[in-house]
Design a protein around this ligand. Structure first.
Ligand code: HSE
Length: 317
């Protein structure tokens, strides 16, 4: 794809959208993306911003807003050839992100998203549509933020993945680590919320659904096609301090035949047993390399923005 002609429409200008905006401008020159621009931003709160100035974040902090527009209408009207979908997560309906992404792909626009809803629940439909229209549906930010996860496999032509195992939810890993240090579940959860790791309603994290969405997405990308609603999911609410001290971790696992998320007691020499705090890690069992790992942050403003940058740059390869 031509860098010179590329325009980006950003949908959703919250934490990730703003992080991406900043990161894009700070790395644009170094990445040779001078011909690429963020030409539009659409957000429920801020409205429709056309050709935003670089200081837009300061303006918005000062309370400035723009005319409102329906996101679908904005996508249809837009001449951007890349849509970055950063709206909120709904693991039941995948909306409104699904409709945004479906509309954009249908119009022949490339889509980059960090939203697990459409990627976990509607992967095949959206991926088929992207293929049909000759565009890309990219979702690196849905699994382990910018830390290499499934995209590592692009560096390994022909490799066959036999299984995937990982710690893919930072909030629960932080809670279990905090319980290992002697805190109760409630105190550990409160800390995770204060530090901004967990959501105000943290049930997607603590009940395992966030990790289940991530293992579903990986399984979709590997062609195993496990369904989100059929995966065995168990969270960490029943885990006590004693179990946390014995290296119990919330493990997401998939191979061709099965997929699950559940707390598991790991042996001390298991690399995943030593993944601390909000860190994430993934292990691939492969045919040619045996076991390979990647570890790093799985959430955060700039960490997730990095994932969208990775996807953006991949469009021009
Ligand atoms: N709540 C998620 C986590 C954020 O704690 O890992 C990233 O999906």
């Amino acid at each position: 794809m031509q860098k010179k002609k590329s325009k980006i429409l950003v949908l959703g200008f919250g934490t990730v959208g703003q992080g991406f905006y900043e990161l894009f401008h700070s790395k644009q020159e170094a990445l040779g993306l001078k011909g690429v621009s963020i030409s539009e931003i659409v957000d429920m709160k801020y409205g429709h911003i056309i050709d935003p100035e670089e200081n837009i974040l300061d303006e918005l902090k000062g309370g400035k807003t723009y005319p409102k527009i329906e996101p679908v209408q904005a996508i249809k009207n837009s001449d951007a050839n890349i849509v970055c979908e950063f709206t909120w997560l709904d693991l039941k309906s995948a909306e409104p992100a699904f409709t945004h992404i479906h509309t954009a792909l249908g119009l022949g626009k490339n889509v980059i998203t960090t939203n697990k809803g459409p990627s976990a629940l509607k992967f095949r439909e959206l991926n088929d549509l992207a293929k049909e229209r000759g565009v890309k549906f990219l979702m690196k930010g849905t699994v382990m933020a910018g830390t290499p996860s499934f995209n590592l496999l692009e560096l390994l032509p022909g490799i066959e993945v036999k299984s995937v195992r990982g710690i893919m939810n930072g909030t629960t890993n932080f809670i279990l680590g905090s319980m290992e240090e002697g805190n109760t579940f409630d105190i550990a959860l409160q800390k995770a919320q204060q530090l901004g790791y967990a959501e105000a309603d943290p049930s997607n994290d603590v009940d395992g659904f966030d990790a289940a969405a991530k293992i579903t997405i990986i399984s979709n990308l590997l062609g195993w096609n496990h369904e989100f609603n059929k995966i065995e999911v168990e969270g960490i609410r029943e885990i006590n301090q004693e179990q946390a001290k014995q290296k119990t971790k919330l493990i997401a696992y998939a191979d061709r035949n099965t997929a699950y998320v559940k707390p598991m007691k790991l042996s001390n020499d298991d690399i995943l047993a030593n993944v601390k705090g909000v860190m994430n890690a993934i292990e691939f069992e492969t045919d040619t390399l045996g076991i390979i790992y990647s570890m790093g942050p799985g959430a955060g403003r700039i960490q997730t923005a990095q994932a969208a940058m990775t996807d953006l740059v991949s469009l021009f390869r």
